[in-house]
Structure formats: structure tokens, C-alpha cells
Design a binder for this molecule. Structure first.
Ligand code: NAD
Length: 484
């Protein structure tokens, strides 16, 4: 039995245990074994962290932008030097294939840091000349802000928030997911090695109920940037709204993948479609979990798709041959299996998968689920309405463009969609009609960090990325100069 690793908070430049000495178990999803403990911090820890961040704010906000950018770049360089170690840790903590963490999660964390380091130096604001006066806009940092992130892309989404917050001169109290705290805990050491001044970034670990709640309820917090479930987003909004705290909410999805008969069914496109449904075991908020397929190609599409899904390998995340690793936790495994049972009850036909996968050896106790494809369910049943967030996709036929749009829009969510067609006019027409914050045409998860990122309806409020993130983390002040 290997030693249990004890993770620490990072407050005021120091690694420290939680004041209340309460700890949460951290599990390796591939083995089901506990391997670490993370602090379950309370209102006392949050208080100390917010105070440290407030003390650090005057100097950090007055630090020239180029120097703040240098800190972020230095952190990125040190992180890059440890890329393999971080990829291994991310895989161990979350159950995702290490190859995915190596290719996607950690490189994207580097890009987030470097992108916002550069973006902040290029940030500009408006001037409005009028008769007899000139107005200009100052965009100033807010103060101390809270960044709360989920478990599915741990370091990727953690850095996606803290990088723009820090680059624009705010100080941060960040709370990573208690289910996957490892890389954020390791990130603290990287910040210390980079010489980041104490208090500029504070990382406080713990459960949503205890630590998260204390953070969002703290009167010193000027803005909350949250990514996670719609349910938690609603709870955060209920606390923040009466206090008029600035909010950015990135939440769940039930994303449609709309495949028209004239789509180009080549190998590259098939591979992207498969990735869009099953990457990270379907635990990406942008995954297409409802495949709407034009009826004239439906049967052929179904046969080919199911064959390809059957060929996906579920296995040890360490094994380079594994396409899918483990689901993140026992609770999430139970939730996904519950949804598959519900789909059966609702009258759905399981075309492939539908079961847990039992592996041998070190992964015998892991939380693995076979990639699952379901058909025969109406758009309004729970299976097609509720976010499952696992390796489960449904197939739904449609006849024409209007029906495709109606089905695509027939959920409370509106995060992302992809459209597959070789008809350019149709692609633009349908993109404009989808109730979705992001639409990919003949591609998926092709990201340019300058673009607005976020959802509509119950998927989100506000946008991240590029100038939207820089604006979120600053307050606009109009200054009017009389010229007369
Ligand atoms: P979650 O809402 O359970 O938790 C997210 C974070 O919020 C965690 O750090 C958690 O500890 C914290 N939290 C929970 N309750 C809290 C409370 N009352 N106050 C303050 N903080 C609290 O979500 P999850 O299960 O970690 O993540 C999966 C969800 O995230 C899915 O719904 C997925 O779609 C969504 N997600 C959305 C995006 C996006 O960009 N829209 C990206 C990734 C994941």
C-alpha cells in the first residue's frame, strides 16, 4: 500500500494545512483506491486567504502589465518543464487516459497562461469623442476575485480562470474541485518556484458545501467566475445576486451533433464525431451527446457509428492503447449507470455498451463504463433532456432542416453544437438558428482562445475567453473631459 499523499492549501505564499484539520479522501478512479487527502477548508481558511489576497492587491494591481505577464510566462515555463509529471498526476486523479492529459489538458493549461499573459498586454479600451467633450474608458481590476472550477478538465479550467484574473491585476482565491485537487495543489509549488508574490494567488481546497460556500459568501469577494453544474451555478447565483457580486457562470450542456445526409463521411470526420461523443469518457461539457441524423442516411450511419464505438478500447489510463479511461468517481459512475438504466426504462434500445467494464489487475476496482449508444427515445424524455456527462450518446432521426433545428433546440441547455454538412448555405442558416453559445461546422473542439466561450439558456451567463475574460475581470469606468 503506497503512502497517502497529503495535499496543502496555498495561502499568502505558503503551503499550509486547513485550520480545522479536516481532510477529504481523494481516489484514483482507475483503481478505486484512495491515494491522497485534500484539505476540507472552512470559513477560517477562506478568511485568511481573502485577507492575504486583499493585502496583495495594491502592489499587484500597480505592477506593470508586462511584469504581470512575465510572472504568468515564468509559471508556464516551469509547468512545461514538468509537463509529463503533471500529465501523469492529472490522469491518476481524474481517470482520463494519460495520453489525453499529455496532449490536451496540460498543454492547454500552458496556452491559457501564455495566451492571457499576451492578451493583457494588448488589451485596449474605448474613447468616445463628442461635441465639446472626450470620454475614455478606464478598465481597472476588480480587487479580490473567486475562481471555482470542476473536475473534468482540472488544471485546464483552473488556469482558464486564474490566468485572465491575474493578468488584469486582480488577486485570486481559487477553489479547485475536491474530486481532482492534485494538479492545482502541485501548481502552488510552481507559483512559489516562479516567485509569484505572496497572496496574489491563493488556492484553497475543499468541498463545495463547506469551502465553496464560505468563498462565495465572503464579503471581500468582488467577482465569482464559476464553471460546473447548472445546479451549483444556480445556488451560487442565489448567494451572489442580492450582494450584486459580478458573476460568470459556465454550466452544463446537452449538446446536439447535427448530421445531414450530405456530410462528408471520411475517416477524419468519423474520428472527430467519435471524439465529440466520447473524449474524456464523455465528461467534457462540449461533448455532443445527442446525435441528430437525417433519416435518409440514418440506418447506414447507425451501423457504421456503432461499429466504430464498439472498437473503442476502455482500459487502464496508463495504457497508450486506451481510448477511454475511468469515470471520475464512484458517485459519478453510479449516476451514469443510473441514466443508462433510466434509458432502458424509458424504452430506449441500447445499440452497444450499456454496462460497466470490469478490468483485471490494478484496475479491477476502477469505475469504467463501456461507450454506450442508445436509440428509440423521443426528444423530450429524460435521457434526451438531462446532462449525463458520461460515455453515453443517443441517436435521433430527423427529416428536414426545420426539424433538425427544433430537435437541437429542444432542451433547457445551450452550450455547444456541431453541424455536419457539405452545403455551405445550410451550415450558416442552421448555425444562426441554433440556441447555442458555440457552433462548430464540420469540426469539434477546434479552439481559438480569442473567441467568446460560453452558453445560453441554462448553460451559462457571460462569456470567457479573449477580450470577454479581460472585460469580466475589470470594471469599466468612463471618464469625461470637458473641452469647452
Ligand atoms: P459541480 O457544480 O458539482 O462543482 C463545480 C465546483 O463547484 C467544484 O469546485 C465544487 O466543489 C464547487 N461547488 C459545489 N457546490 C458549491 C457551492 N454551493 N458553493 C460554491 N462552490 C460549490 O460540478 P462538477 O460535477 O465538478 O463538474 C461537472 C459539471 O461542470 C457538468 O455539469 C459540466 O457540464 C460542467 N462544466 C461546464 C463547463 C463549461 O464551460 N460550461 C466546463 C466544464 C464542466
Amino acid at each position: 500500500m503506497s503512502e497517502i499523499r497529503k495535499l496543502a492549501n496555498y495561502i499568502d505564499g505558503q503551503l499550509c494545512p486547513p485550520q480545522g484539520r479536516r481532510w477529504l479522501d481523494v481516489f484514483e478512479p482507475a483503481s478505486g483506491q484512495r491515494f491522497a487527502e485534500c484539505p476540507d477548508s472552512d470559513v477560517g481558511d477562506i478568511g485568511v486567504a481573502v485577507q492575504a489576497a486583499q493585502r496583495a492587491f495594491p502592489a499587484w494591481s500597480a505592477t506593470p502589465i508586462a511584469q504581470r505577464a512575465q510572472f504568468l510566462n515564468r509559471i508556464a515555463d516551469l509547468l512545461e518543464a514538468r509537463l509529463e509529471e503533471f500529465a501523469q498526476a492529472e490522469s491518476r486523479d481524474s481517470g482520463k487516459p494519460v495520453a489525453l492529459a499529455r496532449r490536451l489538458d496540460i498543454p492547454r493549461a500552458l496556452s491559457n497562461l501564455r495566451f492571457f499573459a499576451a492578451a493583457a498586454t494588448q488589451f485596449s479600451s474605448e474613447a468616445h469623442a463628442t461635441d465639446g467633450a472626450i470620454n475614455y474608458t478606464l478598465r481597472q481590476p476588480l480587487g479580490t476575485v473567486a475562481c471555482i472550477s470542476p473536475w473534468n478538465l482540472p488544471l485546464y479550467l483552473f488556469t482558464w480562470k486564474i490566468a485572465p484574473a491575474l493578468a488584469t491585476g486582480n488577486t485570486v482565491v481559487a477553489k479547485p474541485s475536491e474530486i481532482t485537487p492534485l494538479t492545482a495543489a502541485m501548481f502552488a509549488q510552481v507559483c512559489m518556484d516562479a516567485g509569484l508574490p505572496p497572496g496574489v494567488l491563493n488556492i484553497v481546497h475543499g468541498s463545495g458545501q463547506r469551502t465553496g460556500q464560505a468563498l462565495i459568501g465572503h464579503s471581500g469577494i468582488r467577482a465569482i467566475s464559476f464553471t460546473g453544474s447548472t445546479r451549483t451555478g444556480a445556488a451560487i447565483a442565489a448567494v451572489a445576486a442580492p450582494r450584486f457580486v459580478k458573476l460568470s457562470l459556465e454550466m452544463g450542456g446537452k449538446n446536439p451533433t447535427v448530421v445531414f445526409a450530405d456530410w462528408e463521411a471520411n475517416e477524419a470526420n468519423w474520428a472527430t464525431l467519435l471524439r465529440s461523443a466520447f473524449s474524456n469518457q464523455g465528461q467534457i461539457c462540449l461533448c455532443g451527446s445527442r446525435l441528430l441524423v437525417q433519416r435518409s442516411i440514418y440506418e447506414n450511419f447507425k451501423a457504421a457509428f456503432v461499429e466504430k464505438v464498439r472498437a473503442l478500447r476502455v482500459g487502464d489510463p496508463q495504457d497508450p492503447a486506451s481510448d477511454l479511461g475511468a469515470l471520475v468517481s464512484q458517485a459519478h459512475f453510479d449516476k451514469v449507470m443510473g441514466h443508462i438504466a433510466l434509458a432502458r426504462e424509458e424504452g430506449g434500445t441500447i445499440l452497444c455498451g450499456g454496462d460497466a467494464v470490469r478490468l483485471e489487475g490494478r484496475c479491477a476496482g476502477g469505475w469504467f463504463v463501456a461507450p454506450t449508444v442508445i436509440e428509440g427515445l423521443g426528444a423530450d424524455c429524460r435521457t434526451n433532456q438531462e446532462e449525463i456527462f458520461g460515455p453515453v450518446a443517443t441517436l435521433i432521426p430527423f427529416d428536414g432542416e426545420d426539424e433538425a433545428v427544433a430537435l437541437a433546440n429542444a432542451t433547457n441547455y445551450g452550450l455547444a453544437a456541431s453541424i455536419w454538412t457539405s452545403n455551405l448555405k445550410r451550415a450558416h442558416r442552421v448555425a444562426a438558428r441554433l440556441e447555442s453559445g458555440i457552433v462548430w461546422i464540420n469540426c469539434w473542439l477546434k479552439r481559438d482562445l480569442r473567441t467568446p466561450f460560453g452558453g445560453v439558456k441554462q448553460s451559462g451567463v457571460g462569456r470567457e475567453g479573449g477580450v470577454d475574460a479581460l472585460r469580466f475581470f475589470t470594471e469599466a469606468k468612463n471618464v469625461c473631459i470637458d473641452l469647452e
